[in-house]
Design a protein around this ligand. Structure first.
Ligand SMILES: [Zn+2]
Length: 336
């Protein structure tokens, strides 16, 4: 039995610490499985917070190393999963995969977990993979609770009302007129990386050689590359374009996703503080933000007025599979 005191004891073997904090988080958030409830409602079999933690435990059993890299505003662990070479303080090149930055975008989380299952069976050679499936656990839990209660709420922020994808330290606080008019919707926080979720990621990656990054959002059906803060092309736009085009086709061969720079895709509406630009600017990484799927909007009243259904397609397995196939070559370090 691992006691609470031992959780903060850095002498405890790493594996035991990982097991302990995962088990603790699951215990604290014990709840019946959400996927069958949502499936019965026609929303799709999306897994709730406790089930996602269970899947992370499963990935650890398959060889992933789990690191609690920090805590959210409400004290939930921010978990980084490592596979392949050790990325911290070494020369190993690393691919980072984020999801759950925006709490309603559960298809991104499912896709991340699917990619990780695939990679567990792959030889990563000299590469490291670092995945953070739930960047915003407090937001994810809030969506979980609201789905269980049958409420139809739109949730975008962390527990302090900050849009984590405006909080990264890259042209932070630069919001165009439209976003300023929408006020709190895109609240960037009080300073760059002011939020513990973003700060833990920046700190954890500060000693890693990140050369590829992927952040999984939803639901625009697009593979976006830097910049988000300007329509000016980046110096390595050709490499970005080559990968974006390839992944956009593979995500949906019948109707390829859009491949574009974020600012151009957003029709010239620019913003600072995005992870997309931060990975490129701070780490020199080839960086993508994928708007997974085209959501689940439909004229059925049950979906039409349900924000969760806008962001998440009704068949997550099929979509997550296709996107995982499309991004795996990039993640494991293949040439474009
Ligand atoms: Zn998003």
């Amino acid at each position: 039995m691992v006691t609470l005191a031992a959780l903060t004891d850095h002498d405890l073997p790493h594996e035991e610490r990982a097991h302990a904090f995962l088990a603790q988080a699951r215990l604290r958030n014990e709840a019946p499985a959400l996927a069958p409830v949502l499936a019965a409602r026609g929303v799709g079999p999306y897994r709730g917070y406790n089930e996602v933690l269970g899947e992370i435990e499963h990935l650890v059993a398959q060889g992933y190393r789990a690191h609690p890299i920090g805590r959210s505003v409400e004290g939930e662990p921010i978990i980084a999963l490592h596979l392949g070479q050790e990325p911290r303080g070494t020369l190993a090149r690393a691919t980072v995969i984020l999801s759950g930055v925006h709490p309603m975008e559960w298809i991104g989380v499912e896709t991340n977990l699917r990619v990780l299952q695939r990679l567990a069976e792959t030889d990563l050679r000299d590469r490291a993979v670092i995945a953070i499936p739930l960047v915003n656990p407090d937001g994810f839990r809030r969506v979980d609770k609201s789905l269980r209660a049958g409420r139809r709420r739109f949730i975008r922020h962390n527990a302090r009302g900050v849009d984590l994808n405006r909080n990264f330290d890259s042209r932070w606080g630069r919001l165009g007129l439209v976003q300023r008019l929408l006020g709190n919707l895109f609240h960037p926080g009080s300073a760059p990386a002011s939020e513990p979720e973003v700060e833990s990621i920046a700190h954890h990656l500060s000693v890693c050689r990140v050369d590829r990054a992927l952040s999984l959002h939803s639901f625009g059906g697009a593979v976006l590359y830097p910049l988000a803060s300007s329509t000016r092309p980046v110096h390595d736009v050709m490499e970005h374009r080559a990968w974006a085009t390839r992944m956009a086709r593979a995500c949906d061969p019948r109707k390829p996703y859009k491949a574009a720079s974020c600012a151009r895709w957003a029709k010239g509406i620019t913003a600072g503080g995005l992870e997309l630009d931060w990975f490129h600017e701070r780490h020199g990484a080839v960086s993508f933000l994928i708007e997974c799927s085209r959501g689940g909007r439909s004229l059925r009243p049950s979906r039409l007025f349900d924000p969760f259904a806008w962001f998440n397609p009704p068949r997550p397995d099929r979509e997550a599979d296709a996107i995982a196939n499309a991004v795996t070559p990039f993640v494991r370090g293949d040439l474009p």
